[in-house]
Design a protein around this ligand. Structure first.
Ligand SMILES: Cc1cc2nc3c(=O)[nH]c(=O)nc-3n(C[C@H](O)[C@H](O)[C@H](O)COP(=O)(O)OP(=O)(O)OC[C@H]3O[C@@H](n4cnc5c(N)ncnc54)[C@H](O)[C@@H]3O)c2cc1C
Length: 461
C-alpha cells in the first residue's frame, strides 16, 4: 500500500471510526447499480459518513491528498454518473438518512440526502401533504441523487422537475467547506441562488447533505386511466383535449409504444389488449373523490366520440391503478434483452413521430434482428428509447448512440432530458451545448473544485 493511501485510510478511520471505512472484498462485493452489464464497485475504498461534519472531514482530507471522490446515493442513475475507478474513494450516503422536520403550515420538509424518495413521499403523506416528485425507482433512489441529477419523472407536466421543489440545501464543497443554504422561504432573491449549483450537476461541484423541499396539499382523488390510440397524430390531439378539459388536474401523461407495452405486460393481466399502436397513461389529481373519476371518464368518452381514442380503461381501485402504473414503471424488465442500451432524449412533441420513424429505420437497417422499445413522459416531450441490437452486440453502443443522438441537434432536442450526462453521454455534450456554455461549466468547476477531486471525468473532462 502506498504511503498516501495508508495516510488516507488512517485519517478517514480516525475521523469516521474504523467500521465506516471499507476496503477490499467489502467494497468489491457490492453491486455498482442495475444498468449496464452486471458489475460490482471497483473503487479502492468506500467511506460511510454519518453526518455532514463527517462528510466535510472526509472531503478536507481527500482535497489535501488530491484523492478523487465519487458520491453514491441509491445507484439507480442511468448514465454511469456514479461509476468509480479503482483509484477512487466512494463516499456513500447510506448512513445519512432520515426526515428531520416537516412544517405542515409552511408545507416544507427537511431531509438528509441519503433518504429514499419513497420515505420522503410517506413522511409528507403522514402530514396530509404530498411531495410530488415520483419516479419508478422511488424505493431506492435517494433525495441527494434526485437533486444531483435534477430528476424529472412522472409528474413534471404539473409540478416540474425537482429543481422547482427545492427551497434550500446544504452541500459540502471539495475542500470540506459546509455551504448551508437551508432556506424554507419560497422567495429569496438576496444575491446568487447558490443551491442551483448543486442541482443537476451530478456530484461534480459539491456533495448534497441536506435538502429543504417544498410540499403541496395532498390531493384527495387520484384518477388513473390507460387509453389505446391508433396513431401518433391522435396521441398529440388527445393530450391537448384531456389537458384542456382537466384544467390543472392533469398530473401525468405517459406514452408507451406498442412494442414496449406488449413486452413489459407479457405474463401479467393486461388492462387493455395488446392491439393498439400507442398506450397513453393519464393521471389526474384532484379534490373531489366522488366526482373526479366520473368526470375523467366523461372526458375520455368525449374523446372516443370524436375518434381520438380506440379504447380506454379507468382504474376503479388502488390495485387497478398499481397494475397500470406497474407496466409503465417496469423498465428494468427490458434488461432481460441485455445488452440493452437505454436513451433519454427530449424534443418538441410535434417532432417525435418523425424522429422515432427515422431512428427505427436506421436501427433496422444496421441490425435487422434488433428491437426498439419507445416509451416515456410524452407530456414533457421526453421519450426513452431502449435499443437491443441483438445477442453479442455489446460493442454496438457507439454506433447506436450516433443513430439516436444524430438528428437531435437539427430539431432543437437534447441528448439528456432528465438522466444527466455522467460518463455515458460525455462524448456528446457538445452535440446539444455550445462551446461557450461548456466553457462556463468548466470555469464553475475550476472555481469550486480546483484540484478536480469531485466525481472526476463526469459530465466533461
Ligand atoms: C426503474 C427506474 C426508473 C427511473 N425513472 C426515472 C424518471 O422517471 N426520471 C428520472 O429523472 N430518473 C429516473 N431514473 C433514474 C434515477 O432513478 C435518477 O437519476 C435518480 O435521481 C438517481 O438517484 P440515486 O440516489 O440512485 O443516485 P445515484 O445513482 O447514486 O447517483 C446519481 C448521480 O448523482 C450523484 N449523487 C448522488 N447522490 C449525491 C449527493 N448527495 N450529492 C451530490 N451528488 C450525488 C452521483 O455521484 C451520480 O453522479 C429511473 C431509474 C430506475 C432504475
Amino acid at each position: 500500500m502506498s504511503d498516501r493511501r495508508t495516510e488516507l485510510l488512517s485519517r478517514c478511520r480516525a475521523a469516521l471510526g474504523a467500521d465506516a471505512v471499507l476496503t477490499g472484498k467489502r467494497v468489491h462485493e457490492r453491486s455498482a447499480g442495475i444498468w449496464g452489464p452486471p458489475r460490482t464497485i471497483a473503487a479502492g475504498a468506500l467511506v460511510r459518513p454519518a453526518d455532514t461534519e463527517q462528510v466535510a472531514q472526509v472531503l478536507a482530507i481527500c482535497n489535501e491528498l488530491g484523492q478523487r471522490v465519487v458520491v453514491h446515493g441509491g445507484l439507480t442513475g442511468v448514465v454511469d454518473g456514479a461509476w468509480a475507478e479503482p483509484a477512487d474513494v466512494v463516499l456513500s450516503l447510506e448512513r445519512l438518512t432520515g426526515v428531520e422536520t416537516v412544517d405542515p403550515i409552511g408545507a416544507t420538509l427537511q431531509v438528509r440526502a441519503g433518504t429514499t424518495l419513497a420515505a420522503v413521499q410517506d413522511a409528507a403523506a403522514e402530514h396530509g401533504l404530498m411531495f410530488p416528485l415520483d419516479i419508478g425507482a422511488r424505493g431506492t433512489a435517494t433525495i441527494g441523487g434526485n437533486v444531483a441529477t435534477n430528476a424529472g419523472g412522472n409528474r413534471v407536466i404539473r409540478y416540474g422537475m425537482i429543481r422547482s421543489m427545492v427551497l434550500g440545501l446544504e452541500a459540502v464543497l471539495a475542500d470540506g467547506t459546509v455551504l448551508s443554504s437551508l432556506s424554507r422561504m419560497v422567495k429569496n432573491n438576496a444575491g446568487y441562488d447558490l443551491k442551483q449549483l448543486f442541482i443537476g450537476t451530478e456530484g461534480t461541484l459539491g456533495i448534497v447533505t441536506r435538502v429543504v423541499l417544498r410540499l403541496v396539499p395532498r390531493p384527495t382523488s387520484r384518477t388513473t386511466a390507460l387509453v389505446g390510440v391508433g396513431d401518433f397524430d391522435r396521441v398529440g390531439r388527445l393530450l391537448g383535449h384531456v389537458s384542456a378539459a382537466c384544467g390543472g388536474m392533469l398530473s401525468a401523461c405517459e406514452v408507451m409504444w406498442h412494442d414496449y407495452y406488449t413486452f413489459v405486460s407479457a405474463g401479467r393481466p393486461r388492462p387493455l389488449p395488446a392491439e393498439h399502436s400507442y398506450y397513453v397513461l393519464f393521471e389526474a389529481l384532484g379534490d373531489e373523490p366522488q366526482r373526479d373519476p366520473e368526470r375523467f371518464a366523461s372526458i375520455l368518452a368525449d374523446a372516443q366520440a370524436t375518434g381520438l381514442l380506440e379504447d380506454a380503461v379507468v382504474a376503479k381501485s388502488g390495485a387497478e391503478e398499481e397494475a397500470i402504473w406497474a407496466i409503465r414503471d417496469d423498465v428494468v424488465r427490458l434488461l432481460e434483452l441485455r445488452p440493452m442500451f437505454l436513451f433519454d432524449v427530449s424534443l418538441p412533441i410535434d417532432a417525435v413521430e418523425a424522429y422515432v420513424a427515422r431512428i427505427r429505420a436506421a436501427l433496422t437497417e444496421a441490425w435487422p434482428d434488433g428491437r426498439l422499445f419507445v416509451f416515456g413522459h410524452l407530456g414533457d416531450g421526453n421519450i426513452h428509447l431502449a435499443v437491443s441490437a441483438g445477442p453479442g452486440s455489446g460493442d454496438a453502443r457507439t454506433a447506436v448512440e450516433h443513430i439516436v443522438y444524430g438528428p437531435l441537434g437539427a430539431i432543437g432536442g437534447s441528448i439528456s432530458a432528465e438522466h444527466g450526462i455522467g460518463l455515458e453521454k460525455k462524448p456528446y455534450l457538445d452535440w446539444c451545448r455550445s462551446d461557450e456554455e461548456i466553457a462556463v461549466m468548466r470555469a464553475i468547476k475550476k472555481a469550486l473544485d480546483p484540484h478536480g477531486i469531485l466525481n472526476p471525468g463526469k459530465v466533461f473532462d
